[in-house]
Design a protein around this ligand. Sequence first.
Ligand code: SIN
Length: 518
Amino acid sequence: MDTDFLVIGSGIAGLNFALKAARYGKVVIVTKDKIEESNTFYAQGGLAAVFGKDDSTRLHIQDTLRTGDGISNRKIAEILAKEAPKAVMELKRSGVRFDSDKDGFKLSREAVHSRARIVHVSDITGREIEKVLVKKVKENKNIVLLEYHMAIKLLTENKRCIGCVMLDVKNNRTLPIFSKKIILAAGGAGMLYSKTTNPEITTGDGMAIAFKAGAVLEDMEFIQFHPTMLHNSSPSLLISETLRGEGALLKNKYGKTYMKKYHRDGELAPRDVVARFSTIEMKKTGSKNVYLDITHLNEEYLKKRFHYIYEECLKYKIDITKDMIPVSPAAHYMCGGIKIDEYGRTNIASLYAIGECACTQLHGADRLASNSLTEGMVFGTRLIGKIKKEIKKDKIIRTKIRDNTVYHEKNGRIKKLRKQLQNIMWQHAGIIRSKKGLKIAHIKIDKIKKKLDIIKNQGINKEILELNNLIRLAKIIIISALRRKESRGTHFIKDYNERHDNIWQMHLTIDKEHVKLK
Ligand code: SIN
């Protein structure tokens, strides 16, 4: 199959890009599951954008930089803050019905936002955006959609990306797609951890195959943990930070608030701070969870504003208008990813990355809430603006692919190995790290890798490839975490308290030269 644009992933970044690219050429979107299944679909909060009368671009930039703990890229934060309102208006014109009143958008607040700035659709913002974009994609004659296809290998020739080999997941066969431009919009890797707010599909495939093809990754040690996942929920249920934005309080098992004693901003301190001190509070009180209490707000208002969370919690017999919600932290977002410039360009010609799998340096060491849907829109739009003219003169390059792939039946051992990996990462490369723990994790993960290699030699399938990708990323995260000799943002390591403000240490990049990873 040949195309002008090959988009891998179907969250907000990929779909927005695809719709715009379709004006200039043929687009193929490949996605591992059904098209809607993405982190975007589960996003509750919304899009950060300056619309409030008391707000300004300067304040949005300032809040982004503050959350990034000193290493967010100011220029990128400026681009985001300036272009965010346009991105939101585009979505509105496309049919996303953001909560509004006669004065304009109803804006909510999340941690570190100095103003109400989150444009939302109740507590199901991502779902509504995804629905609107998917509909438009399906109606577009220039877009071919391949669901249940997993990207397994980027094809390169003379340091240029020329396409990608896909695994047709349902029929277990491979399919090469050659393309003038290849855009990775494949999302994050929450599945690295035993507790995550992310769906099953988040196995970091985009980052892993890019790394293997020679792309540089950056800021990989910075994993954001969300403080409030409904404890023991399955599938995991996020309890949006917008609840804390509306005054919800975190309480320990004795019903006592605790965040103010750790940080002056209390519940609205940066996410890494809230996740860390909730973990500490849980340890201190010998509890596996803390509680979120929003019962002081009006019942009718709560049922309307947080309709989805209200309904979902009822399934666990928790009435959020009357009961405290048991919550605990969970892996939520990758601040790092494939290193790109301000137009989504990687170090490999014709290979681009946008959305969570990419690293613009916007988030730095921690991400300002609701900046990521906005980022997915803004940088996808910038990318098509940059490359749309190249498409006419670009040529499709094909190579012969020898397909001697052997397919493996589903295998219960893969599930077990994945679980082991997740537990190791949670214990040693999670919210509170140590040098010793990271080294132990590395050794243990090598053992899992050896077991996987034996299975992989007999054949592959989706689950095997996903685990292989997760292992590759786990090792990259651990190596990056060991290389950062300080605690900063989401990377909290007991061995280092002080910061190093040497410029060379601000962002750590990692490529195949750094690590011998197959
Ligand atoms: C939330 O609603 O708490 C999540 C928002 C985000 O991660 O940006």
